[in-house]
Design a protein around this ligand. Sequence first.
Ligand code: AP5
Length: 221
Amino acid sequence: MKIILLGPPGAGKGTQAKILAKKKNLAHISTGDLLRQNVSESTGLGEKARNFMDRGALVPDELVTQMLIQRISQPDTKNGFILDGYPRNLTQAKELDEMLKTHDTRIDLVLYLDTSMPVIIQRLTGRLVCSQCGLNFHIKNMPPKKDMLCDNCGGELYQRTDDNEQTIKKRLAVYKKEFSPLIEYYGKKRKLHRLSADKEAEEVLNKIMQLIEGYNDSLKV
Ligand code: AP5
């Protein structure tokens, strides 16, 4: 199964994708995580991407798409994948379709995690991420059991450099500009399902699971 999670920064795409990937045995592909890994390892791609990410701008399509093509061809995607953070604009959506067509496959579901502005700001300004396993926490909503240490692996938690007020504003502006054409694109293809992501993480997950099961049932008839 191939799923896209769409939604603004802070919608909970990464949080939900990590749980879903385990439950459904799918690869979790986060272009944000892949780019941050390249930045921290100072690869050629990371050096090019750093400046865009620090400003809250999109990294150029050709760099991200090339990275995605490589990631999608890894063996762990055989059973399917969850895309988190890609596509980000119409060009990427079309490139993704082309790429999948060459593998004789397609996207099954596009889940739009609709989130209100106050919730987005509250989540991003309180987010903590594990430096080792990448698990997400939140100072208030999902606090770690031990101060600034990951419950899963004991790694140190940190705040993302783009989770500051100025960069959050820019990321949201970019999102607002690009998201309507994307929603329209997947709406026309009848793949889009909207759900409210303002709710508790477990409630959001249950809704996602219902949508996946509904889709699987529709394939049986
Ligand atoms: P990326 O890493 O993709 O960031 P983003 O889209 O801004 O999304 P976030 O990771 O901020 O939010 P999320 O929805 O995953 O929320 P999370 O689960 O963490 O991209 C970063 C940058 O990389 C971009 O700005 C761009 O420069 C570049 N980039 C990436 N992809 C690109 C592409 N395709 N093309 C070009 N450039 C690209 O949750 C947030 C917080 O809320 C956490 O603390 C979590 O614990 C908490 N939380 C989550 N769900 C709930 C809930 N239901 N209730 C309460 N708290 C919750």
